[in-house]
Design a protein around this ligand. Sequence first.
Ligand SMILES: *[C@@H]1O[C@H](CO)[C@@H](O)[C@H](O)[C@H]1NC(C)=O
Ligand SMILES: *[C@@H]1O[C@H](CO)[C@@H](O)[C@H](O)[C@H]1NC(C)=O
Ligand SMILES: *[C@@H]1O[C@H](CO)[C@@H](O)[C@H](O)[C@H]1NC(C)=O
Ligand SMILES: *[C@@H]1O[C@H](CO)[C@@H](O)[C@H](O)[C@H]1NC(C)=O
Length: 440
Amino acid sequence: MPSLSSSVSKPTSFCDSLTLKALLFIFSLLLNLYLIFLLCSLKFPPTISTRSSTIVPTTRRHILFAIASSSVSWPRRHPYLRLWYSPNTTRSLAFLDSPPASDSSSSSSLPPVVINGDTSRFPYTFKGGLRSAIRVARVVKEAVERGEKEVRWFVFGDDDTVFLVENVVSVLSKYDHDRWYYVGSNSESYEQNEKYSFEMAFGGGGIYSCVAELGIGLTHEPGFHQFDMRGNLFGILAAHPLSPLLSLHHLEAVEPLFPNMNRTQAIEHLMEAAAVDPARMLQQTVCYDSSKSLTFSVSWGFAIQVFEGNEFLPDLLQVQKTFVPWKRGSKVVGKFMFNTRDYPKDPCQRPFLFFMKSVEFDKSGIWSNYTRHAVGNCFEKSNSVKQLKKIVVFSRKLQLNVEELKAPRRECCDVLPTSNETTIIHIRHCKTDELISMYQ
Ligand SMILES: *[C@@H]1O[C@H](CO)[C@@H](O)[C@H](O)[C@H]1NC(C)=O
Ligand SMILES: *[C@@H]1O[C@H](CO)[C@@H](O)[C@H](O)[C@H]1NC(C)=O
Ligand SMILES: *[C@@H]1O[C@H](CO)[C@@H](O)[C@H](O)[C@H]1NC(C)=O
Ligand SMILES: *[C@@H]1O[C@H](CO)[C@@H](O)[C@H](O)[C@H]1NC(C)=O
């Protein structure tokens, strides 16, 4: 048996350890079109160059995004790819079964296309499955075997995955790339984790078995989103974990993220905010206007909820169940991996919603504007909320160093006195022992 150090010093042997059993397991996953996402670092022999590279911080050029696509899905997924891929600063390759139609492949704003090797020699016996799963699983091996220079991390995703590249870079820089890591998050769905393994890097995801055989466990990063759910994602986007947003997947299975937009427009709109302050994207900040007895829950770059009265922070951190389970059918229970609370059916019980309209910045900071979204009519709401049309949030660019990423702390905010129609919220660091509550 090879020792760990000798096996890890040969990155090209990475997926040789894929056994048939493992492959079948992976295939069953891929059939369901789960996001394949795997991060692994390559361990090189301890040479001087390795030591010096540890000192050089991880940047965009150290990360290779390997995207599993196909000639059929490729043209349809251009809008997603263009949202995060930038030819000058992002390293990415798209793996396809055959060359795409010439008009769609020539675009320099898309990752270069690599045609996967022939997989016809592999037996495929999984009942009801798709043979293309073999090809997709082998993207890992083919990406690594290219021996691209200076790659510290491989990121695997589907062509309908939207990455926040800046955040991926900063989160990976927490880890020593000279060690083996398999980074991702669980599925949101308890049933999917139970079926495929709680050790699987979903949203992130897949290729779990060969990594397990290498003796590597999952490192959880909650910012990867598989989105094993359907319907309205509002609840989950409004209560994001205290961790940078890293990926969004399954966006075609859910409603547009913003009202009055189609899916593409909505994700583009979200990414406009992400371009200004990626680290703050969807970070939840809660503040209280005790004079008017209102509670504001900000999900930066996305939406603000305004509640009448005092809502406790722990309640606001729970995900409102605005979505439905991934699996359809009356027998589906739909248990999730986080606490949920019901989204009230009665409009008078719901918070007022404000969605992000625009984000502007200058030297002093960043202003994000949120405008009122009127859904249903509730005549019982008090005047102070009824008159409110716009919320302006002021913040400074969130730049977390590695130590701050390891020990994140939610920020605080203040509601500033303004006109009846507009409220200004100022996001800032909390004081050392400041509490996030209405009555301090
Ligand atoms: C990328 O680099 C090329 C060549 O240096 C340059 O012409 C082009 O404007 C750059 N594109 C962007 C989006 O920065
Ligand atoms: C979404 O809206 C944009 C802008 O109106 C439009 O160009 C695009 O074709 C729409 N996409 C779909 C899939 O309807
Ligand atoms: C956002 O709000 C600020 C402050 O009220 C305002 O100056 C700016 O014009 C607003 N931008 C938009 C697009 O509404
Ligand atoms: C603001 O609201 C208060 C209370 O509803 C009202 O008395 C006041 O006239 C309003 N001011 C303006 C400028 O509309």
